[in-house]
Structures are given as C-alpha cells and as structure tokens.
Ligand binder design. Structure first.
Ligand code: FDA
Length: 509
C-alpha cells in the first residue's frame, strides 16, 4: 500500500517548536521516509526479519529523542497529527510491535537515550531505556566488581522493553526478575507529563514493572537496585543426547532444579542433534551459572544432582561479567566490549512461544515430545528453572504473576535465514504442532505465557476492548490483568498507547 504522507513540515515543525532548546539540526531528531538515513534507522535494531519491511505499513516518521522533552514533543505532535505511536528501545519484540502498525504512525526510537549511571556506593544505577542489557552489564561491572544485575541473556535487548515485561535470566533464582529490582523510573504519559515514582503514584509504578511494554507511557529511565556478585562465578555446559540418558536427566531435573540452592541456576537447551552414529537425536545442554567457586560447586552438584556427573574439569571459573557473555553461548575470554556491540548477535526470521510447567512431565511423555521435535525444522526449547527467590515473591507484587508452584518456563524458538512465505510456513507449522502437542503437560485455564516472549497467536486486539484483551491478557498476567486494565483506564483513559496486544482500559473495575 502506498502511504499518504502527512505534509512533512507540519509534524517536523511541531516537534521543532516543542523542542526549542535542541541545538542540533532537526534532521538528526526526526526522520521522514525522504531522509537518506530513514531505512537504516528503521532497520537498525530489528531482530526479527519477518517484520523488517516498511512496504506494508504506514510509518510516517521516526523520532530519535535525546531528552525526555523530545519524547514529550513526539507524543504531543503525534496527537496533533492523529498519528499512532510505537515505542522502540532494543527492537527485540518477537512480533515486531515496537516498529509496525497498520495505521499511520511514528516510531519513538530511544537509541540515543542509552546512558547508564552507576552509583556503586549505594548499589544503584539509573539506566536509560535505550541502553541495551549488554551496556548495562558492562557499565555496572566497569564501576563495581562486586555488583551485577539480574536481567536476560541476550546483550542487545533494550532495557526499555525488556524490563517492562519482567526480564528473566541466570540470576533470577537468587534475585528475581529485572523488574523486581526497579526502585524508580521516569515515564512520559499520554498527556505529555514527565513523572517519577512519586509523581506517578504506586499503582502506575506497579503497572510498568512487568505489565508489558507499550501500554502505559514511554519509560525514559529506570532506577535499579544492583545485586551482590562474588569475585568468581562458575559456569558449565554439559551436553547429553538420548544415548547418554538425556530423557532420564531431564525428568530428574524437572523434579529438583527449582529446589536447588538459589546460587545455582541450571537451564536446559533442548534441540535436535546428532548421535554417535550421525543419526538424529535429541540433545540437551545443561547450561549453568553458579555464584561461587568450582570447589564449592562440585560437592554441591554431587549432593543435588549426582546423575549429571559434574567433574571439576567441566567447570570454568570466570567473573560475573564474563558469565553474561558465556550464557549467551559465546567465548567468555573475548574483550568485554562485545557487550556493547548491538549487531553482534546474528539476526534472522524467527517465531517464539512460551509455557509454564507446574508438574514434572513423565519420561514416556518426554519421549513422545522428542518425536514431535524431530519431525520439524531446526528449533529449540529453552527450559529455565524457577524456584528460589522467584517463588518467594507474591503473584501480585508486580504484574508478572508466574511465581510459587512454577517448576520452569519453556520457550519454543525457531529461527531461520531463508526468506519467503514457504520457509516461514514450514517453521510456523512445526512450532504450532509442538505447541499444541505440549498442551496436556503445561499450565491450563489459562494456559499461561510470558509477555516478553510476545505471541499474537494467543489473542490480539481487534476492537481494542477490555473483554477481548482479557483473552490473551490473563494468559500473560493471570489475576493481575484486571488491575492492569484498571490502571490503564486511569493513566491512559484515551487508549493512546495501543497495539495488537496492548492493555485495554477498563473504567468499571
Ligand atoms: P522493543 O524495543 O521491540 O520493545 C518491546 C516492547 O516494549 C514493545 O511493545 C515496545 O513498544 C515496548 N517498549 C520498548 N521500549 C519501551 C519504553 N522505553 N517504554 C515503554 N514501552 C517500551 N527475555 C527475557 O526475559 N530473557 C531473555 O534471556 C531473553 N532473551 C532474548 C533473546 C533474543 C534474541 C530476543 C529477540 C529476545 C529475548 N528476550 C528475552 C525477550 C525480550 O525480553 C523482549 O523481546 C523485550 O521486549 C525486548 O525489549 P526491547 O526493548 O529490546 O524491545
């Protein structure tokens, strides 16, 4: 579809008028499709190539603010010109919601708001939303060897979207989610107000910590509590195939991983691999971070999970910051600056889905699941253990409700490099088949999901009303969804911030 552009000077002049203190040229702040850098900026942080074309949507402008006032200007001017707003920090949204829309819209891209200010004396940091998680980790470690932060595994994710949806990673069994460790924030509302925690009040502040990005306002900055990490941590990655008893090990892991000491995190990455004769098999990588030395870990594993047979030579002692590189599947010995590289991870076409498990899956059922996995295109399941701090925090402490009783999360993820409809359909078909097959083994009524692994198959807004949003909303937020809709009605009554899975306001709760 050909896009009818709003006369450029109107929106751009509006932003310029709203940003009188801006000293650079307005062309470095607002990009129209006529700007030479428009496509580059649009595509710069897109992770999922399924959504990287401007051809089919109605993007009018990209604004790249340097200050909260610029964000405010973008909101006010998009209202004046009847444009929808999409907010983008790291561009990792699984369904491309931060940079796609079917109605005329602008992107507020926070790439230039990526400052991280660490206060190591008080163990806190102010992190701008456009900073990546890798930048956050890097600056924390640079300022204080004794501190870390419990967020996700992929360094190029933006703090804006990632923390808005929760943020789970290798430290969560000891310290909870990224969002559990937020103590203040600066948010710009649909009315253009710039509010901190005190200004927004506790309900609003509750909603932005895990209630999903793009719902309540533009988060410009988070204040986070850093967490203590020891000088050395220990990591290992033990691969096991079906020939090497993978099924029994996974079955055992399901019974115990959530009860391990909270310093010990062992996730499993399950995929179709090769057996010793070169045939198809299931491979499970037991991938771990332990907050201590290998001398402590080896006896702990002998007691907690002897079946895995961990030996001292399987262990690597490194610093916490190196472990953030290791957990992303890379050599932890490389220069730490790799964490600052936003384009380091190979991009591609992908689809993700998620589940939560509260009862161990029997060995017979695991074997049936392996058969379905082997039917399809290359895909992985990542099983992240819960328990520890995750089950001590109440379901309504923040909107993320998946707490006590959850054994582990499952992420289904399929990534491919070949473009085109047919390749996409093959991958989606396999993923749907596996997801449907998993139904009896995961949570029910509702079948829950993790909002950061955004999945439009579980429901989408068509009319933008509460009853419709509740269908997918309860899967992400369980009983917290009503409260989120109520808060939405208070802070964004006109439903200005909306997308295919935004929370619809409810004024009657
Ligand atoms: P993006 O900019 O696309 O935003 C995501 C959503 O948040 C959109 O709806 C957007 O509008 C909104 N948003 C963005 N910035 C905002 C702001 N400043 N204020 C308000 N709303 C804002 N998750 C996890 O918990 N643990 C993990 O280990 C991983 N690993 C991982 C690896 C890879 C390769 C990918 C692609 C994704 C993950 N994720 C993850 C999922 C990730 O947490 C999720 O995609 C986040 O929403 C990404 O945040 P971004 O800012 O990068 O995305």
């Amino acid at each position: 579809a050909v896009v009818d552009l709003i006369p450029e000077h109107n929106f751009v002049t509006c932003v310029a008028n709203q940003s009188p203190q801006y000293s650079a040229t307005i062309s470095k702040l607002v990009y129209s499709p006529h700007s030479p850098s428009f496509s580059f900026i649009f595509q710069s942080s897109i992770q999922n190539f399924r959504f990287n074309s401007t051809k089919f949507h109605k993007l009018q402008y990209i604004i790249t603010p340097y200050s909260a006032d610029h964000v405010k200007a973008a909101i006010i001017c998009s209202k004046v010109h009847g444009l929808q707003v999409r907010i983008r920090s790291g561009g990792h949204d699984y369904e491309g919601l931060s940079y796609n829309s079917y109605v005329p819209f602008i992107i507020i891209d926070l790439v230039n708001l990526n400052n991280v200010r660490v206060d190591s004396n008080n163990g806190t940091a102010w992190v701008q939303a456009g900073a990546t998680v890798g930048e956050l980790y890097y600056h924390v470690a640079n300022q204080s060897k004794g501190h870390g932060f419990p967020a996700g595994v992929c360094p190029s994710m933006g703090a804006g979207g990632h923390i808005s949806g929760g943020g789970q990673g290798t430290l969560m069994r000891k310290f909870g989610l990224a969002a559990d460790n937020v103590v203040d924030a600066i948010v710009i509302t649909a009315d253009g107000n710039i509010l901190d925690r005190q200004g927004m009040g506790e309900d609003f502040f509750w909603a932005i910590r895990g209630g999903g990005g793009g719902n309540f306002g533009v988060v410009v900055e988070w204040k986070i509590n850093l967490v203590p990490v020891p000088p050395k941590v220990t990591v290992f990655n033990i691969p096991r195939t079906l020939e090497q008893n993978a099924t029994k090990l996974i079955h055992r892991w399901q019974q115990i991983a959530h009860k391990f000491h909270e310093d010990l995190f062992i996730r499993i990455i399950i995929f179709v691999g090769k057996d010793s004769k070169g045939g198809k098999t299931i491979q499970a990588n037991f991938n771990s971070l332990f907050l201590g030395t290998s001398d402590q870990l080896v006896p702990l594993m002998a007691k907690s999970f002897p079946e895995l047979g961990l030996k001292p030579e399987d262990c690597k002692e490194i610093s916490w910051i190196q472990s953030t590189i290791y957990s992303n599947g890379e050599n932890p010995g490389q220069p730490l600056e790799v964490l600052l590289d936003r384009n380091h991870v190979q991009k591609g076409f992908f689809k993700g889905k998620s589940d939560f498990v509260t009862e161990p899956i029997s060995e017979t059922n695991l074997e049936a699941i392996w058969k379905v996995m082997q039917e399809g295109e290359a895909g992985v399941m990542v099983w992240d253990p819960y328990g520890g701090k995750m089950c001590e925090i109440s379901e309504s402490s923040i909107p993320f409700p998946h707490r006590a009783g959850v054994l582990h999360n499952i992420q289904y993820f399929s990534k491919w490099q070949e473009g085109g409809y047919l390749a996409e359909q093959r991958h989606l078909k396999w993923m749907n088949r596996l997801y449907n097959f998993m139904a009896p083994f995961v949570t029910k009524n509702p079948r829950t999901a993790y909002v950061n692994y955004r999945d439009l198959d579980i429901g989408r807004n068509i009319h933008g009303i509460f009853s419709e949003a509740k269908i997918w909303g309860e899967k992400y937020f369980k009983g917290n969804f009503d409260q989120l809709a109520h808060i939405k009605g208070m802070v964004d009554y006109g439903n200005f911030f909306k997308n295919e899975q935004s929370i619809a306001p409810n004024f009657y709760l």
